[in-house]
Ligand binder design. Structure first.
Ligand code: COA
Length: 336
């Protein structure tokens, strides 16, 4: 049986830095509150009029990953694109990447699993490689939140958290079964779908004609809604469970973790997990301070930065874990 291995990583974030002080000019918030509750100091938001879109940023990250993998774009057999903020309502951004990279007629899959999107994407790619169907799969997580946030005091519980950015990985076939993606674990609990959601426009809620007809400036359904404390409580439980599930499947304990890359939801969530698994600061990678929560992009950005900084070495056990809207959650256990 084949195994799959990450052979290239890349990320891209817009240049435009938005600090907590910048946000306090738009809404009733302050640097101390944001840092204390979330750990975030600043985030990147695309500048209005910038060429960057979710797919364009995904392409920029992908080009770096492809080059580092040492493959040609035409060696890619499948594109998997995870996002909650696509350029268009349809089609999804996978085909835009295919066009921008000028990759023949390979398949393009769009993943809609929010903060868990990259792990879901990685899992899909892993299955295609393990079954022998494909040799190289491009997995992208990319988001633009800044264009869709409520930047008034009404939206402050959500809008201070999210940032824009993109990350990408090339997953390639290997016959060395001691290395690569050892296992992935996916879960969801639709009962809580509306605890963290953007409900309009939606065919089940309010579609464009309804919105235009009502033309109601107080309509909050265009903005993400989050029951922050409920999300937090579920996140710490599910993160812990799914990390343990991954470790146990591979007959490993928490002491085997060389590097944990948690989805960058909130520094307090990462610190809770770190404490629970008795990990040192060197064993957990966080960059939420600089980028905020970039949902599907957060893990590939963090994984790329950790690798670029030499924090992931050959033979390391690397654990990826995410939790988010859906609720969805997942983990991946990787032997580097
Ligand atoms: N600046 C200042 N005050 C703010 C604020 C902001 N940006 N956002 C909310 N507040 C206020 C609230 O209005 C509330 O005021 P009140 O007590 O007068 O009503 C107070 O701060 C506490 O709000 P609360 O929502 O209870 O804060 P919290 O401690 O739960 O922190 C989150 C809010 C969002 C940071 C926290 O719940 C969280 O991180 N949840 C998980 C989020 C997450 O991970 N989401 C992504 C999942 S992938």
């Amino acid at each position: 049986m084949y195994n799959s291995k990450i052979t290239g990583l890349g990320y891209y974030v817009p240049d435009n830095v938005v600090t907590n002080d910048d946000l306090s000019k738009l809404m009733d918030t302050n640097d101390a509150w944001i840092q204390e509750r979330t750990g975030i100091k600043e985030r990147r938001w695309v500048k209005p009029g910038s060429e960057d879109t979710t797919s364009v940023m995904g392409v920029k990250a992908a080009k770096v990953a492809i080059e580092r993998a040492g493959i040609d774009k035409d060696d890619i057999d499948l594109i998997v694109f995870a996002t909650l903020s696509p350029d268009f309502y349809f089609p999804g951004p996978g085909v835009q990447v295919q066009k921008a990279l000028d990759i023949k007629t390979v398949g393009a899959i769009d993943i809609r699993n929010q903060c868990s999107g990259f792990i879901y994407g990685l899992s899909v790619a892993d299955q295609f490689i393990k079954t022998g169907m494909y040799k190289n799969v491009l997995v992208i997580g990319s988001e633009i939140h800044s264009k869709g946030l409520d930047l008034t005091t009404r939206g402050r519980g959500v809008s201070v958290i999210f940032g824009d950015g993109a990350g990408a990985a090339i997953l390639s076939r290997t016959e060395d079964n001691s290395k690569g993606i050892l296992s992935t674990h996916l879960h969801s609990e639709g009962e809580h779908a509306e605890e963290l959601a953007l409900t309009a426009p939606g065919m089940g809620t309010r579609w464009v004609n309804d919105i235009l007809k009502d033309n109601d400036p107080n309509d909050e359904s265009y903005y993400p809604h989050m029951n922050g404390q409920f999300v937090f409580k579920n996140a710490v439980v599910r993160f812990s469970e799914v990390i343990m599930e991954g470790l146990s499947t591979n007959k490993l304990g928490p002491d085997a973790i060389d590097m944990l890359i948690p989805h960058q939801a909130n520094l307090r969530i990462s610190q809770f997990i770190q404490k629970k698994f008795k990990l040192t600061d060197d064993q957990v990678f966080n960059n939420i301070m600089k980028y905020g929560n970039t949902t599907a992009a957060s893990i590939p950005i963090a994984l790329t930065e950790a690798w670029e900084q030499g924090k992931i070495k050959e033979g390391d056990t690397v654990v990826l874990a995410a939790f988010g809207s859906g609720f969805t959650w997942g983990s991946a256990i990787i032997k580097w």
